[in-house]
Design a protein around this ligand. Structure first.
Ligand SMILES: [Zn+2]
Length: 220
């Protein structure tokens, strides 16, 4: 049974009492409330999802990467604010479960691995945490064969799109997908180069990516 986003009165009461001792500001608007106040929570729920193509495969993103969604993801990933994982993970997890339910039987879930530096810095995997909050168990990762171009790293601005693609091809490898259908997941899709590399890796290993799912997509 997937978790629902309903507010339970007892939970509100407990949080209200806890708030007396542990004052928290809403990460969305700064109001003195829990990590996400009811207004910002409603804002999040009201924002539409996004659909785009990556390497010829449909990508479903739970949100566009902007405003409140961008703020919450950065708080989670850069400052370890795991208390925002639930509101983000509920919709992300629902999309992943939907993709799996609509895929052929035996379809497997694979995730794009986090960059080595990001994983070291954080000590937790945001996608795994978000999926857990959304009722999806930990998926197997694609294997990082070598480091790709670092987002925001030195020289990144000067790289052309083509150079970025060339530097990313061959960085990932898929295991155990031969003859299988695959749903690929990641947290944020920007240029789509990394997700496309995931699709390539699955195909090279004899699999077929039937859907990509992300928490957020940067619109070009
Ligand atoms: Zn707020």
């Amino acid at each position: 049974m997937p978790p629902a986003d309903h507010q339970t009165p007892w939970r509100d009461a407990v949080l209200a009492v806890l708030g007396l001792f542990l004052p928290v500001a809403c990460l969305g608007c700064g109001a003195a409330d829990r990590a996400l106040c009811p207004t910002c929570r409603a804002d999040l729920v009201g924002r539409p999802g996004r659909v785009r193509l990556v390497a010829g495969v449909r990508l479903d993103a739970a949100w566009e990467y902007e405003g409140l969604v961008r703020t919450l993801l950065l708080e989670l990933k850069l400052r370890g604010r795991v208390d925002v994982a639930r509101p983000l993970g509920l919709r992300f997890g629902a999309l992943v479960r939907q993709a799996l339910a609509g895929a052929p039987p035996g379809t497997v879930l694979r995730r794009i691995p986090p960059s080595r530096s990001g994983a070291r810095r954080r000590g937790f995997d945001p996608v795994v945490l978000l999926l857990a909050r959304g009722g999806v168990r930990r998926p197997q990762r694609l294997v990082r064969v070598r480091a790709g171009p670092t987002a925001g790293g030195p020289g990144q601005k000067e790289r052309t799109a083509l150079e970025r693609v060339a530097a990313t091809v061959g960085t990932l490898r898929a295991v155990g997908v031969d003859g299988r259908d695959v749903v690929l997941v990641d947290d944020v899709v920007t240029t789509g180069v990394t997700m496309a590399e995931g699709v390539r890796a699955v195909r090279a290993a004899g699999g077929r990516v039937v859907r990509c799912v992300a928490v957020a997509s940067v619109e070009e």
